[in-house]
Design a protein around this ligand. Structure first.
Ligand SMILES: *Cc1c(COP(=O)(O)O)cnc(C)c1O
Length: 241
């Protein structure tokens, strides 16, 4: 039998990984009392070559996420993006906001009032409204960006008043936890904030997306209410920087 070429093998691996992940997402959604279609899968494509990203897109992935503005803009022309949504999920610097506004369907990583204002300003300039998620640093870790839970609410109200921005939900990256019960506490905290804001029915806030869960913890995240999981290495393999 002939040996499969490297590219064919990578394609088969990506397709197999997507099958496994979609099945696990469906199981977790059902366990949490929801329809599998209520949980979105995002393929996180940082460091991944467009050729491999296209294997995932051709296999049915409808949402991709990149961390860096430059990388997103560089790869975009090479991707099979028909009917595919693109989100920015990495920290955005104020001086790059003008380049990314209008180029993505959502910015998930709004982590300060300052960047929210800048996204608002750039959106206004382009005559568009930009959908955003607010990122919460649920573990209060120095190394991570995002609002602490204590400073979150005052910022939420301030950001909700910015024209040209629409708050669609929350995003979080919890600390790495050995203990499942501690991890679930983080997810639960965010879920409670999400439900709380939703109930308040604040103007200009449409709480419909709770983005949490990555390769190592997406099943727990879904069991705790996530409806968008961001998965990179479990689809494409370990990242080579
Ligand atoms: C890289 C990244 C992911 C995906 O991480 P994996 O562990 O490879 O699934 C998800 N979210 C954000 C914000 C990331 O930067």
């Amino acid at each position: 039998m002939m040996e499969k070429s490297y590219l064919e093998q990578r394609k088969a691996d990506i397709e197999y990984n997507l099958d496994v992940i979609n099945e696990k997402i469906a199981e977790s959604a059902i366990k949490s009392g929801r329809n599998p279609s209520e949980v979105q899968l995002m393929a996180v494509t940082k460091t991944v070559d467009p050729i491999f990203i296209n294997y995932a897109l051709d296999y049915g992935v409808k949402l991709i996420g990149e961390n860096r503005v430059q990388e997103m803009l560089r790869k975009k022309p090479d991707l099979h993006l028909d009917g595919v949504q693109k989100h920015l999920i990495g920290h955005l610097q104020t001086n790059k906001a003008g380049q990314i506004v209008g180029e993505v369907d959502m910015i998930q990583s709004v982590d300060s009032l300052k960047i929210a204002k800048e996204i608002g300003k750039q959106s206004l300039k382009k005559g568009i409204i930009t959908d955003v998620l607010l990122e919460i640093n649920v573990g209060e870790e120095e190394s991570k960006t995002g609002f602490s839970t204590s400073e979150f609410f005052e910022n939420l109200y301030a950001i909700s008043e910015i024209d040209s921005i629409r708050i669609k939900g929350l995003m979080t990256i919890p600390p790495i936890c050995e203990e499942n019960t501690i991890l679930c506490k983080f997810f639960e905290n965010i879920y409670n904030i999400y439900v709380d804001i939703k109930a308040k029915k604040i103007d200009n806030i449409d709480m419909s997306i709770l983005s949490m869960g990555m390769s190592g913890d997406y099943e727990q995240a879904i069991l705790n209410g996530s409806n968008l999981v961001r998965i990179g290495s479990s689809i494409f393999g370990l990242r080579i920087y």
